[in-house]
Design a protein around this ligand. Structure first.
Ligand code: ZN
Length: 244
């Protein structure tokens, strides 16, 4: 891959320790001189995601001396208010299924809106000019706060409300899960792909006892299904590319 265009300013990556935000962190480390991370603890049932964050950050930094030099502070933020006001399968012991409104019960209303406001406040204080997030509207379970239009609106609102330019970067917006695995390999080769499979966490139930070829998880929740299907599709596409 040719070297990516370097961007001026610094970036704050919304980093959960999941597959998507890990690839976003690597994407940012390729482009920005200074990269910091923020992680939100909102009482999610899959809090294991938060415990793998440190490991993933450390391993990413170890992949490349430039990454190590660029990776700065981590800002863990507790958002108890979100758990207190939302009745969802990620914050309560309820079934993960489709609700009457056509959205899965894992949808936490307003979550990404709130996260971007909090991230904007941290970026302002830290003098960082870009927010980077793994929001994606390709196979995003229909979450309306992952849409590109929502992100563009938040970017305008933040720039106005903070009276400072604040760019919201969403490198995964128009690619699917297979594309995310491919992007990991494109950015950091086999080592980053291995790290993404082995150390990142997606499973909604927080299962890290079952290892599949696509990583750890229960294998049946929507997050596991998305990840498993994405990985299989990625493997198929790679085999096809090798043949031609
Ligand atoms: Zn699962």
């Amino acid at each position: 891959m040719s070297a990516p265009e370097q961007k001026s300013g610094g970036a704050l990556v919304l980093f959960s320790g999941g597959q998507d935000s890990t690839v976003c962190l690597a994407w940012a480390l390729e482009r920005f001189e200074r990269v910091e991370t923020v992680g939100f603890d909102y009482g999610q049932r899959h809090a294991v995601e938060l415990t793998v964050r440190t490991t993933v950050r450390d391993k990413l930094a170890a992949l490349n001396p430039d990454y190590a030099a660029r990776l700065g502070e981590d800002h863990p933020v507790k958002v108890d208010a979100l758990a207190a006001i939302s009745e969802t399968a990620l914050t309560r012991d309820m079934a993960i299924e489709m609700a009457d409104n056509g959205l899965p019960t894992t949808f936490v209303p307003g979550r990404n809106l709130l996260f971007l406001v909090l991230a904007g406040a941290i970026a302002y204080r830290r003098n960082l000019t870009h927010l980077v997030g793994g929001m994606c509207e390709t196979d995003y379970s229909g979450y309306p706060d992952c849409r590109d239009a929502t992100m563009k609106a938040m970017q305008s609102a933040l720039a106005l409300g903070l009276d400072r330019p604040m760019t919201v970067e969403t490198p995964l917006m128009f690619i699917d899960k297979a594309g995310t695995f491919a992007l990991a390999e494109e950015i950091g080769g086999a080592a980053l792909l291995r790290l993404t499979v082995e150390d990142t966490h997606s499973c909604y139930l927080g299962d890290r006892s079952h290892r599949h070829d696509w990583g750890y998880g229960c294998g049946t929740c929507p997050a596991c299904e998305l990840r498993a299907n994405g990985y299989r599709q990625f493997q198929r596409q790679r085999k096809r590319a090798e043949r031609t």
